[in-house]
Design a protein around this ligand. Sequence first.
Ligand code: HEC
Length: 160
Amino acid sequence: MKNMIFFMLAMSMLLLAACSSSNGNLTMQAKIDSLQKQLNDTYKPGLGEFMSGIQVHHEKLFFAGQHGNWKLADFEIHEIMESLDDIAKYSTDRPESKLVPMLNTPLDSLNASIAKKDAAGFNKNFILLTNTCNNCHHAVNYDFNKVKIPTTPPFSNQEF
Ligand code: HEC
């Protein structure tokens, strides 16, 4: 009889332990699900938004270069490079993002011209960069988005 009571007690403790641990797993799973949902709902900019940002910096970069404002030119080209890093990080759902490294060579050349304060080199390499933007747009069937050498400064409230 004593053995029987002991056995029953041991069994109910085991059952209790099993129950509470499966409950623990359930709440953990619910937490993971809710975090996953929050993650999925987190806003992240789309490729088109990154491109619109790049468009502005491309234009500012040009006018900085035209005015020999090399510090601003250096800043603007790095803004473009940061956006390209963001595309690699956040736009993995877009197969086009794999083509971004095609900008590396023109960006390197333009960076070198800015470092040397070389206006002629800047103009040549700015054309090379712009042509490469369009080469990608062509390659991914967005060639209706044609980038060109700007003609007027984009903003009246910033000095170039
Ligand atoms: C890896 C390929 C690729 C490269 C390189 C690239 N683009 Fe794009 N660009 C795209 C794609 C794809 C879109 C369309 C995005 C979308 O779906 O909204 C686009 C769209 C644009 C748009 C249209 C945005 C709008 O809403 O009107 C502009 C402007 C633009 N790109 C500028 C540039 C500039 C400037 C460069 C070079 C500094 C560049 N792009 C380089 C792929 C590229």
